[in-house]
Design a protein around this ligand. Structure first.
Ligand SMILES: C[S@@+](CC[C@H](N)C(=O)[O-])C[C@H]1O[C@@H](n2cnc3c(N)ncnc32)[C@H](O)[C@@H]1O
Length: 368
């Protein structure tokens, strides 16, 4: 499946971490290592993970339509909350969203004064610098700013946050952890669920109003709440827009979704074996948007919008953006490519309903 081998140094790091954890490493720690270990993890490789030459394609990589609609949304939020023309993007990938959004903002007569990017991967930050070399407004941050006023964007960042895996057994809740060695390979092992995980799953069952049945496997992210709270805490006035694949809690832990949502991507093929090529393939999990909203509400934000990607993009002029782009295209092939791009963004079988947009806000809107 993978076109790339795992880095032996990363495999050795995982083996050491398993040994330090007593032979069973919580999956979230494994996921953090293989995705984000500086210099070694998946997002830190020199080979680009995103786009046609990578392992998966995100909405901004399909073309400029997504960013054009997002530019409309950013403008609307800046008007509604009387915000300065500044954006903070978390996890900017190749830089395509920033480039197309800034160009669209200029076309709409509302150039952005500042566009900050927080990108933990040095390799991706280098790609972004190349992609955005002409954009004077763009700057890179090493950490979240102390205080921010404006619009924060994060497309497909939450799904990359590490998750813990669990399975319900007749005898009680078990954590699905990682064991094995670099030479023999890594594999799942079940261990008693630690108290934090047991409390979280009990909380999920309470919210659902039913017990998860024996055999039910899923995941929960110990990183999600702290991540959302840390971003929310820095937002003095403005909005945070998360776009990602995910569900409300009742659908996330739906009886039919009994094997969880963990998914790996390699060269545009999805599979479910996170040990196939550690650090050389993407691992992600769908997002529990109720967990995102709860963390934001606890940090004093309000829910401004929760919509499917289709609803959100239609509301922010996706079809007008499509028509305008087609007017500038001269070949039938270019017209059809734009239609295909819009279909991938909007159709239910594609990104349209699997992806959601959650906007969280702090501060009074001008209309209030
Ligand atoms: C799936 S890629 C999405 C990239 C881009 N937003 C797009 O839509 O093409 C995930 C991105 O999130 C970044 N990322 C991962 N963990 C992060 C964190 N804790 N804070 C900010 N960015 C993070 C990765 O380095 C990468 O740029």
């Amino acid at each position: 499946m993978s076109a790339l081998p795992s880095d032996p140094a990363l495999l050795a790091r995982v083996e050491t971490a398993i040994a330090s954890a007593g032979g069973a490493l919580p999956f979230a720690d494994y996921m953090q290592l293989v995705l984000n270990e500086p210099g070694l993890g998946y997002y830190h490789r020199r080979e680009t993970p995103i786009g046609p030459r990578g392992d998966f394609t995100t909405a901004p990589e399909l073309g400029a339509l997504f960013a054009t609609a997002l530019a409309r949304a950013v403008g609307a939020l800046q008007d509604e909350f009387e915000l300065p023309a500044q954006v903070l993007e978390l996890g900017a990938g190749s830089g395509a969203l920033a480039a197309d959004l800034l160009a669209a903002c200029r076309r709409f007569g509302r150039p952005q004064a500042a566009y900050a990017i927080l990108e933990p991967s040095a390799a991706l930050a280098a790609d972004q610098r190349e992609c955005l070399s002409e954009e004077a407004a763009v700057g890179w941050l090493n950490q979240l700013p102390e205080v921010f006023r404006g619009v924060v964007l994060a497309n497909e960042v939450l799904d990359a946050l590490p998750v813990d895996c669990f399975v319900v057994r007749e005898a009680g809740l078990r954590q699905r952890a990682v064991t094995g060695t670099a030479s023999e390979g890594f594999r799942w092992v079940e261990i008693p669920a630690p108290p934090t995980l047991a409390r979280r799953v009990a909380g999920i069952e309470e919210a659902l109003g039913r017990k998860l049945p024996p055999g039910y496997a899923s995941e929960w992210s110990p990183w999600l709440g702290p991540f959302v709270r840390s971003v929310a805490a820095r937002l003095e006035h403005g909005a945070i827009l998360f776009a990602d694949y995910g569900y409300e809690r009742r659908d996330y832990y739906h009886p039919e979704r009994s094997q969880g949502t963990l998914v790996c991507h390699s060269r545009h093929r999805a599979h479910d074996d996170p040990f196939h090529a550690p650090g050389a393939e993407d691992i992600s999990a769908w997002v529990d948007f109720d967990a995102v909203a709860e963390a934001a509400l606890a940090a004093g934000l309000t829910v401004h919008t929760f919509a499917t990607q289709t609803q959100f993009l239609m509301q922010h002029g996706l079809l007008e953006a499509l028509a305008a782009a087609q007017q500038d295209s001269t070949s039938t092939a270019a017209h059809l490519a734009l239609v295909r791009e819009a279909e991938r963004l909007l159709l239910p079988g594609e990104m349209g309903t699997r992806f959601k947009v959650l906007i969280l806000a702090r501060g009074r809107s001008a209309a209030a």
